[in-house]
Design a protein around this ligand. Structure first.
Ligand code: ATP
Ligand code: MG
Length: 436
C-alpha cells in the first residue's frame, strides 16, 4: 500500500458533524452583518509579501517569523514575485479598497470571513491555518463607528449565546502623543532591563509599545509599573475616547479600560478593543481590533480613516462548546426507504420533486452489497434523524402511492400519499430549517 498522507501540522480538517457548527456560526455572521448593513468582501488568500511587511510591520511576530512566504515561479503573467499566504485580512481589504478606489463616493462598511495562515506553535486555540471573521469600516472618522463595530460584536455574541466574554478598551491617541509616551516607556524599561526577556530587549528601541503586549508572566510586574499611554493623551484624543464610551454606556455594554491594551504600529491610533474570555486558557482573546487611520497612506493610498476588528472563529466555537450552548444539527425531513432497485427511477423522480418543493430528503443508496434489508434501511432512516420515512414498496407503487411513516412522534403512524398529487402534501413533511 502507498504511504498514508496526513494534513499539514496545525491545519485542521473540519468534518461532519463538526462542520454543521461552522455553518451555524457562518449563518449567524451573515444574519448579524446584514442587520448592521455591512457588505461582504472577498480578497485573495495570496498577496504580495510586501503588503504584509508594510501593512503589519517588520517588527512583529507575524512578519518576523510566522508568515508562509515563497518565491513564485516566473512566467509571462508575473515575474518571480515574492508571495505570502495571508496571515490576516485587513491589509488585503485596504489594498483592495485603494486599488478599486472604493471610497470614491464615501465610506464603506465591509465584512469578510476566511482562512488565515501563521506559522505558530500549534496548541489549543492556536493553529497554523485558522479562520477569522473580519469587519472593517473604511472612510469614517468618528467614535460612533468604533462603537458600531463593538456593538456588532456584542450582537454576534448575543446571537451565539456567549456570555463569558468581556470587553476591554483603550485609546492609543495619536502618533505625536505616543512619541512622548514612548520616550518614558523606554526609560522605564531601561531602568528595569534585568526583568526583560529576550524578545523585549530586542524590541526595546524598535517597538517598545509591543512589550506591553507580552505573554510572558515573568514580565507582569515590570509591565504593570510602566507609564500609561492614556495619561499622555491630548484633548482631542480624549474626546474621541469619551465619545466611544458614551455610546457603549448608552447601550449598557460593559467594558473595562485596560491601559496595557496596545498595538505596536504607528498607523494604529485612538480606539483599541478586545473581547476576552477566561475559559480558553492562555488563548483567551476571541476578537481584537481598533482604529488604523494611518494604514491607507502606509499602503500608498489617499489618507482615509478606518477601523475594524477580527474574530478567531476556532476560539469562538471552542467557547460555544465550553459553555455547552446547544447548536442545531441539520437533519433531513424524510428518508426514502427503497425495497427494490427496480423502483429507483420512480423514487428519484419523486424525491427530486419533493426537494424542489423545499423538502429535505435523504435517499437510501445501494452499497456493493445492494440496498440491504427493509430492517436495515429503517435503522438508517432512524439514524439519519429524519422525521419521516418514505416507503416506496412495490404494492404502494403499483397503486401510484408511497407510504409516509412518522419516525419521531412515538405513534409510528402511516399514511398513504398519491404520487400524482405531490404538491398537495409535500409541505406536511417540512419542519422549520434549523437556522431560522
Ligand atoms: P494572540 O495574541 O492570541 O496571538 P493576535 O494578537 O496575534 O492574537 P490578531 O492578529 O489580533 O491576534 O487576530 C485576531 C484574532 O484572531 C485573535 O484575537 C484570535 O481570536 C484569532 N487568532 C489569531 N491567531 C490565531 C491562531 N494562530 N489560531 C487561531 N486563532 C488565532
Ligand atoms: Mg499572535
Amino acid at each position: 500500500m502507498a504511504d498514508k498522507l496526513n494534513a499539514v501540522k496545525g491545519m485542521n480538517d473540519t468534518l461532519p458533524p463538526e462542520s454543521a457548527r461552522w455553518e451555524w456560526l457562518e449563518g449567524i455572521v451573515r444574519e448579524v452583518t446584514s442587520r448592521f448593513a455591512y457588505c461582504n468582501i472577498r480578497t485573495p488568500i495570496l498577496e504580495h509579501t510586501a503588503l504584509f511587511v508594510r501593512g503589519i510591520g517588520e517588527v512583529t511576530d507575524i512578519v518576523e517569523k510566522e508568515m508562509y512566504s515563497f518565491h513564485d515561479r516566473s512566467d509571462k503573467y508575473g515575474d518571480n514575485d515574492h508571495l505570502t499566504l495571508r496571515p490576516e485580512n485587513t491589509a488585503g481589504i485596504v489594498r483592495a479598497a485603494i486599488e478599486h478606489n472604493m471610497l470614491y463616493d464615501g465610506g464603506k462598511r465591509l465584512w469578510a470571513i476566511g482562512p488565515m495562515f501563521r506559522r505558530e506553535k500549534p496548541q489549543r486555540g492556536r493553529f497554523r491555518q485558522f479562520h477569522q471573521f473580519d469587519v472593517e469600516a473604511l472612510g469614517f472618522a468618528g467614535p460612533d463607528v468604533d462603537a458600531e463595530l463593538v456593538l456588532l460584536a456584542s450582537s454576534l455574541f448575543k446571537a451565539i449565546g456567549l456570555t463569558d466574554v468581556r470587553l476591554e478598551i483603550n485609546s492609543l491617541g495619536q502618533p505625536a502623543e505616543r512619541a512622548q509616551h514612548r520616550a518614558q516607556l523606554i526609560a522605564h524599561f531601561e531602568a528595569h532591563a534585568d526583568q526583560l526577556d529576550e524578545d523585549a530587549r530586542r524590541r526595546l528601541h524598535s517597538n517598545p509599545l509591543r512589550i506591553l503586549d507580552t505573554k510572558n508572566p515573568a514580565m507582569k510586574a515590570v509591565v504593570e509599573a510602566a507609564p500609561r499611554l492614556i495619561d499622555f493623551l491630548g484633548a482631542e484624543s480624549l474626546a474621541h475616547f469619551e465619545g466611544l464610551k458614551a455610546i457603549l454606556d448608552a447601550n449598557g455594554v460593559a467594558y473595562t479600560i485596560n491601559p496595557r491594551l496596545v498595538r505596536g504600529l504607528d498607523y494604529y491610533n485612538l480606539s483599541v478593543f478586545e473581547f476576552v474570555t477566561d475559559r480558553l486558557g492562555s488563548q483567551g482573546t476571541v476578537c481584537a481590533g481598533g482604529r488604523y487611520d494611518g494604514l491607507f497612506e502606509q499602503l500608498g493610498g489617499k489618507p482615509a480613516p478606518a477601523v475594524g476588528w477580527a474574530m478567531g472563529l476556532e476560539r469562538v466555537l471552542d467557547l460555544v462548546k465550553e459553555q455547552g450552548t446547544a447548536v442545531p444539527v441539520p437533519v433531513p425531513d424524510a428518508y426514502a426507504v427503497v425495497p427494490d432497485v427496480a423502483a429507483m427511477p420512480v423514487v428519484l423522480r419523486t424525491l427530486q420533486q419533493l426537494r424542489e418543493a423545499g423538502v429535505r430528503v435523504q435517499m437510501h443508496a445501494a452499497t456493493a452489497d445492494g440496498l440491504g434489508s427493509f430492517k436495515s434501511q429503517f435503522k438508517k432512516a432512524d439514524g439519519s434523524g429524519a422525521t419521516y420515512a418514505l416507503i416506496f414498496g412495490a404494492d404502494e407503487l403499483a397503486r401510484g402511492e408511497l407510504t409516509v411513516k412518522a419516525l419521531r412522534d412515538g405513534t409510528g403512524a402511516q399514511v398513504a400519499r398519491p404520487l400524482a398529487d405531490l404538491a398537495g402534501w409535500a409541505a406536511t413533511l417540512q419542519s422549520p430549517a434549523p437556522n431560522n
